[in-house]
Design a protein around this ligand. Sequence first.
Ligand SMILES: [Zn+2]
Length: 290
Amino acid sequence: MPELPEVETIARELKEKVLSRTFLDIWIDAPKLIKKPKNLTKFKKELIGRKITNISRMGKIIVFDLSGDMTMFVHQKMTGHFLIGKWNRKGKQIIPAEKGFLRDSANKYIHIIFYLDKGKQLAFSDLRKFARIELLSRKDFEKFKKELNLGPDSLEKNFSLDKFSKIISSQKGKIKQVLMNQKIISGIGNIYSDEALFEAKINPFRPADSLSKKELQKLLIAIKMILRKSIKAGGDSVSDYRRTDGSLGEFDKLSKVYAREGEKCLRCKSTIKREKMGGRSTHFCPKCQI
Ligand SMILES: [Zn+2]
């Protein structure tokens, strides 16, 4: 599932490419992706004619502010991702107009095309079709935000060591699971929790409330550093995630512990282990992560 750096990369690229554009038409062949309003005709009617006034990220959700006090949000879930380009529709077939990344296999599950002014097309590819798209009034969106009750964003400017320590030290769960709980901290998933804990030399199975002040400091620095590094690399494309031009993010080439089971630890040369934790694969060095 895309995590903070992947969603941040997409939100930034979308802002760069489609900010101030207006929705002219929509083609959809997977109505189940649209959760609100459930009625597709109503969704189209509500969206068409609206201008994109801002695009941002909230946790792992992409938020489109629209004219007329409306908000469209998209949770891409497992395999959903936005693409910008040109596609031709021939019957049931959707074909990218030009050669290049958009023709890669991860990008061929186009289920929505938003036609924007100035000839722009914003498509949504989603192999598993688990994504969630909702169009709400600004007021209802604020309500939804409250219900979601997301923890602070790890890249927030005022996310201080003090705040981080308070949040983590009050948790009894395993540190990796605590980091992945969106209601405690938002944006961190499987890959970046493994990477941050490796960087901070902390064993992922440790109870969160056992971390010392010094370890908490190292961990927060590691989280911020790794997320920024991944955003710079355009995210991690281990799974289906792609950038908006269809190309791959390159963080997977930089990861030090994730998906390196059986390989040598880059720090102490021990063998990297993989163990299940709450159904998720956890990668760590049993020797230098204590
Ligand atoms: Zn090691």
